[in-house]
Design a protein around this ligand. Structure first.
Ligand code: NAD
Length: 509
């Protein structure tokens, strides 16, 4: 059992050596159902001692797992995929219960995670090295990819299933062992899915879970047996993880926060654009690193977009999601996060932007203790203000009106983040200019949320990513492996060529 019932609430356990292990601590973070405000579990805030147990478990399991033929490692993933499918509805419900996504959003996110498992199933082909015969006379050369050892995943609250699944299916299939430190705010989904890994036949110790916050993360970053760290979270912590991890000799990929611009040209298909803009800004209550949080209508596009967007956003139904229902948007993850987002709204209004839709006025009578905020829209936001500079991570859309695509690109390129950027247009020229010149790693052309699928890397730029090799796609296989080059000569194997290179003639022959 992944959890222990203590008094009224459930305490999360660690997964070490394939067994769920209780932690002795007095420090906990409460896990709430944000739809109701009810406490549903508590996460033990672990330290160096528990981290060492988890890393040692992974270290012990590594030699046998690394030597397990890759097709056998992949077969475990096939079984895991089947179990994810079988438990799809329950996983989505759990995501919704601890995070607040609507069931449809939760299902979509789990599906995206399952696609990473599908990608990992192809690793026997994708991991193959290169070889060349007779690179010199009787000399052959080849490269092979080897696993690294103990890899670590540290994940954020906003995708309890998907973001951990970005990491370990690939790391494990490549032959590494893994320690996951899920967000202390949403640990339950990660634990439920870990049970499926065990059920799929993953040997004990190959996958481990440790809980906590800064203290456990610091212990992971500095542990001598940890070889690589995958992190997803906010920018200040992403930068910290990269700096401390690399200073301790780890390979690090560290994805941070975002401020994704959505440019709307006057020639865009307005029906499609308004629908996509609304979904991008308010889907998952804006708690997405690829959310379109800053709309930039160009010239005459502004009035039409604003009028239609405000009208349609007003109609969005906000309410409790954990039992299904037909709500368009759920709550924010915690009361603290709700308070933080509300304080940014206050600041935005104080800085002079037009608050044309105020989500703070929302009332959810059926769940009065939930952490709700309705869709919020600021128009005529000035460049350089808080609403333009800061990631808000809630259902708050800021709108900066500009007069040309050049001005829109210039505004975007002044942004310190660089995750995603989108243009809605029917002009090939405007789209090409935007695609070529915009300083962000993931570009959408008439696509509201250009989050790549598992087969492509999640290519954040600037302060949205620290490291060299991104999460997902072939880059992730490079991240979780190291290459070995072997050069071979067998004396007398063949007579070799009689060709003499004219440059060398008379020198060493
Ligand atoms: P967060 O940075 O607060 O936490 C992320 C992880 O870091 C958690 O596991 C947490 O326990 C740990 N952590 C928190 N404070 C720490 C500290 N001081 N030292 C060491 N570790 C610490 O992020 P969050 O609030 O959980 O998630 C939201 C953020 O994640 C947003 O900024 C969002 O844009 C970002 N995100 C980015 C991507 C991406 O691919 N770029 C994807 C999803 C989320």
């Amino acid at each position: 059992m992944a959890v222990v019932e203590s008094k009224a609430i459930t305490t999360c356990k660690l997964l070490i050596d394939g067994k769920w292990t209780e932690v002795k601590t007095n420090e906990f973070t409460k896990v709430t159902n944000p739809s109701t405000g009810e406490i549903i579990a508590q996460t033990p805030m672990c330290g160096a001692k528990e981290v060492d147990l988890a890393v040692q478990s992974a270290e012990r399991a590594f030699p046998a797992w690394a030597e397990t033929p890759i097709v056998e490692r992949t077969r475990v993933m096939f079984k895991f995929k089947a179990l994810l499918e079988k438990n799809y509805d329950d996983i989505a419900k759990l995501v919704s219960r601890e995070h607040g996504k609507t069931i449809a959003e939760a299902k979509a996110s789990v599906f995206r995670g399952m696609e990473v498992v599908e990608f990992a199933l192809g690793i026997p082909s994708l991991i193959m090295g290169e070889c060349m015969e007779n690179i010199a006379t009787n000399v052959d050369c080849e490269t092979m990819r080897h696993p690294l050892g103990v890899c670590v995943g540290i994940t954020p609250f906003n995708f309890p299933a998907m973001v951990p699944l970005w990491m370990y299916p690939i790391a494990l299939t490549c032959g590494n062992t893994f320690v996951l430190k899920p967000s202390e705010k949403v640990p339950l989904t990660a634990m439920f899915i870990a049970e499926l890994l065990l059920e799929a036949g993953l040997p004990a110790g190959v996958f481990n879970i440790v809980h906590g916050g800064k203290e456990s993360v610091d212990a992971l970053l500095t542990h001598p047996k940890v070889k690589a760290i995958s992190f997803v979270g906010s920018t200040p912590i992403a930068k910290y993880i990269y700096e401390v991890g690399t200073a301790h000799g780890k390979r690090v990929q560290s994805a941070g926060g975002a401020k994704n611009h959505i440019i709307i040209m006057p020639d865009a298909d307005m029906d499609q654009t308004v629908q996509a803009l609304q979904a991008s800004a308010f889907g998952c209550a804006g708690e997405r690193c690829m959310a379109g949080s800053l709309a930039v209508p160009v010239g005459s596009a502004a009035d039409e977009v604003m009028e239609r967007l405000v009208e349609s956003s007003k109609k969005m139904k906000v309410g409790p999601t954990h039992e299904g229902g037909s709500y368009d948007m759920g709550p924010l993850v915690t009361k603290d996060h709700l308070t933080k987002v509300k304080s940014i709204i206050e600041k935005g209004a104080a800085e002079g932007a037009d608050l044309v839709l105020d989500g703070r006025k929302i009332e959810v009578k059926e769940a009065p203790n939930g952490f709700y905020l309705g869709p919020t829209i600021f128009d005529k936001v000035k460049p350089g203000t808080t609403l333009v500079k800061e990631e808000i991570f809630g259902p708050v859309l800021s709108v900066v009106r500009v007069n040309s695509v050049d001005e829109a690109i210039e505004l975007g390129n002044a942004c310190p983040f660089g995750n995603g950027a989108v243009i809605f247009t029917n002009s090939g020229h405007a789209a090409r200019e935007f695609k070529h010149r915009f300083n962000a790693g993931m570009i959408g052309i008439n696509v509201g949320v250009p989050a790549p699928m598992a087969w492509f890397p999640f290519t954040g730029w600037n302060n949205s990513f620290y490291g060299d090799l991104h999460i997902q796609g072939r880059e992730s296989i490079q991240f979780y492996t190291q290459q070995k080059m072997t050069m071979t000569r067998w004396f007398g194997a063949s007579k070799g060529s009689t060709f003499k290179d004219p440059i060398w003639k008379g020198k060493n022959q």
